[in-house]
Design a protein around this ligand. Sequence first.
Ligand code: C5P
Length: 264
Amino acid sequence: MSDDSRPSPAGVLPQAGTRIAAVIPAAGRGVRLGPGAPKALRTLNGTPMLIHAVRAMAASRAVSLVVVVAPPDGAAEVKSLLDAHALPGGTPGGSWGRTDFVVVPGGDTRQQSVKLGLDALPPEYEIVLVHDAARPLVPVDTVDAVIEAVREGAPAVVPALPLADTVKEVEPAATPGEPEPVVATPERARLRAVQTPQGFDRATLVRAHETVTDNVTDDASMVEQLGLGVVVVPGHEEAFKVTRPLDLVLAEAVLARRRLNDGF
Ligand code: C5P
């Protein structure tokens, strides 16, 4: 396996008439990771997670704009970080050079942050990916598979994986740690754990944000609420979300494995 954030020679290409942008919400505090900098600015092998995530989007030859949604008080810092890493030759594959960047301040919730990112998109972008800064290692093939499915006509596309664990629905306890009554056990074979980037027909996602006001944890579920078809494509185990301290260890191990494989 090579560095999976590099453009693949056979990856999806830009198409005349359809421009594709990626919005990266990166405004979360990441409290579950413990005290420290906002999660997106924590480093993996010395490079901020956000930079890995931006590279992962820019690695797709079809993505020509990345909108980074920064912590509300951190937009200037994020802008200089991107500028510092965007120097020619500073990124694998030289992909940085043909991808434009915009930084906007985020909101109180992930949903608000995504909306602020969408508001910053120039009109010519017809397809938009929404990608968590907290999934820094998604391989380019997964990004391209999502784009391909949107191009084929799906209004919303999510990469997802089957579950290893059986899942129980419970009545959440008022006090953490108290026993919780089980309400149901959904059939595991029909469940998928969803990842990002999620891909959208831009007009559909904008309409979803105008219509759906509930707080959601997943952009595609807003499109489901409009009654439109959302499809799943295969996700990737390296697209996991860095949430807890152990995830940082795993992410650095993935990077080390990529470097090792690059040596051969
Ligand atoms: O909290 P969670 O892990 O679900 O956050 C997913 C992504 O949403 C992260 O990349 C985080 O930075 C982003 N986020 C945001 N604005 C918020 C909260 C979360 O951009 N207010």
